[in-house]
Ligand binder design. Structure first.
Ligand code: M3L
Ligand code: AKG
Length: 492
């Protein structure tokens, strides 16, 4: 249990520990556990029962070390910070993070020890010197045979609740490819490959978690921004794989050689996934006519922001394709790598980072007369993965922020404005900003959970089209188009 002092010390120091073992990036022939696959596995870490509290860890980046510090994630429903509580009282939240160990290159059963089982569990001794403990109820529930697990839909068809509480094996046998269990109560036979057992070993965990390897960037990215060819994306899944890989790594990517039409643009977006429909419509083709009551539909300059902070699930990707801009100028786009900016803020002003990781900011979209959209709860600027603690989403749109009227300690009000000023300073530094004029035929897509975007004021007739894609649909397409489906299914 972290004490008050330890939390303050941790938060103050926000140690930039050297890369810890589990985030080392090696290629194991067994898993080809490249960071791409880690994405598929990462989901598993959030599904178990770890009562992990969000730790303000920074995302890992190729050049820098990953660091992890732990702080109690804010749990209040109001927009007030829990800073004052943290500083005054000890956190009563148990801090438990995953303690994964390096994975074995290829799971080999021990040559010296046999598989044994008692009335509660089966013990599988591995060559690497560790022994996995699998409770029988868990093993039976995870039977992969076609009677228990639908071979097409990959869903459980076994009724978990018909498994006897005291279920036990009658016989457990090690075969060449895996372990066979014949269950005592009904003679049902289950088979688990060694790979599956090693991958899903939970006591202890044997598989390591590899942080996604992001490439942070600042204004220098203008020299060689990530891009792919339209034909490649349209004609093969490998092309979509390259596109989604670059979006995942850089947070944005251009597509070169796209026909300058809304139809071709819509078709392009749908190579990733179906479009996320919102109160702006599905695929949008818009200009500065206030047809929707949002400042995007004006000629005003927009400071860098992330979109749809007023959705419980902010849009994952956003694509812009400039179709035309006549009788005027301006409207240059500005992109900022929010993960890089967050890391800089953490290092320069840890208190500001803590404030913006805890103070929940209410937001809305209420310009259209038929809607007032708000998320189920206010969210902080920096949102960390609830299990591995890594920064997973930046939410920042100062224009869509509603009235912040619930503070535990009114002194936090000034702390909030100081922190947002520090954040705004980092975002608006010359070296943070990638400024680029969008070009017809070269649409831009970006990760709206990481990259902030804005635009300069403009005049004349400017026509943009594009759409949103949800985060889960993007990550699904990214993993599937960059991994063998069997690897993804194995990791479920
Ligand atoms: C749909 N389209 C991209 C044209 C406009 C979106 C408006 C975005 C809004 N200001 C927000 O920050 O979410
Ligand atoms: O008009 C642009 O270039 C971008 C508009 C914008 O920021 C938005 O739609 O969120």
């Amino acid at each position: 249990m972290a004490t008050h002092r330890s939390i303050t010390r941790i938060l103050r120091s926000l140690p930039n520990t050297s890369r810890n073992a589990c985030s080392q990036h090696h290629h194991h022939n067994y898993h080809r556990a490249s960071w791409l696959h880690a994405e598929a596995f990462a989901k598993r870490y959030s599904s178990n029962t770890a009562t992990v509290v969000a730790a303000a860890a920074s995302p890992s980046n190729e050049q820098t070390t990953s660091s992890s510090s732990s702080s109690a994630g804010s749990t209040g429903g109001s927009n007030s910070s829990i800073i004052s509580k943290q500083l005054k009282t000890t956190s009563d939240l148990p801090l438990k993070t995953y303690n994964v160990t390096k994975a074995d290159a290829r799971p080999k059963l021990s040559e010296h020890h046999k598989i044994t089982f008692d009335e509660k569990k089966t013990l599988v001794p591995w060559e690497e010197g560790k022994t996995s403990h699998f409770q029988h109820i868990w093993m039976r529930d995870h039977c992969q045979c076609s009677e228990c697990f639908h071979p097409e839909t990959k869903q459980r068809i076994l009724n978990t609740f018909t498994i006897p509480k005291n279920i036990q094996p009658d016989k457990v046998e090690a075969e060449e490819k895996g372990m066979k269990i014949k269950w005592k109560n009904d003679g049902h036979k289950s088979f688990y490959t060694w790979e599956w057992l090693h991958l899903h070993s939970y006591n202890p965990r044997l598989e390591r978690y590899i942080s996604p390897q992001f490439k942070f960037w600042g204004s220098e990215i203008a020299e060689r921004p990530p891009e792919v060819e339209y034909e490649a994306v349209m004609e093969s899944d490998a092309g979509v794989g390259e596109w989604t890989r670059k979006i995942r790594k850089y947070g944005f990517c251009y597509v070169k050689g796209v026909p300058v039409t809304p139809e071709a643009t819509k078709e392009l977006i749908q190579r990733i996934s179906h479009i996320k429909h919102t109160h702006y419509g599905g695929f949008w083709d818009f200009t500065s006519d206030l047809s929707k009551k949002d400042t995007a539909y004006t000629t005003l300059a927009l400071g860098v922001h992330t979109d749809t902070t007023y959705f419980s699930d902010p849009a994952g990707l956003q694509l812009f394709h400039l179709l035309s801009h006549t009788e005027g100028s301006g409207g240059q786009s500005i992109l900022v790598d929010g993960f890089r900016a967050a890391k800089i803020l953490r290092e320069e002003d840890p208190t500001a980072y803590r404030v913006l990781s805890n103070v929940r900011i209410p937001s809305h979209s209420s310009g259209n007369h038929d809607s007032s959209i708000q998320p189920f709860a206010p969210f902080p600027v920096f949102n960390h993965h609830p299990v591995n603690g890594e920064l997973i989403m930046v939410r920042w749109n100062n224009d869509d922020r509603t009235t912040m009227d619930r503070w535990d300690d009114p002194a936090d009000v000034e702390r909030f404005y100081e922190a947002t000023r520090a954040w705004n300073d980092v975002l608006n530094r010359r070296e943070s900003e990638y400024r680029e004029q969008l070009v017809p035929g070269r649409p831009l897509i970006f990760d709206n959970w990481r990259v902030l975007h804005g635009r300069a004021a403009f005049d004349g007739k400017r026509r943009l089209c594009g759409a949103y894609i949800s985060r889960d649909d993007f990550m699904s397409r990214f993993v599937i188009s960059n991994s063998k489906r069997e690897d993804v299914l194995k990791a479920l």
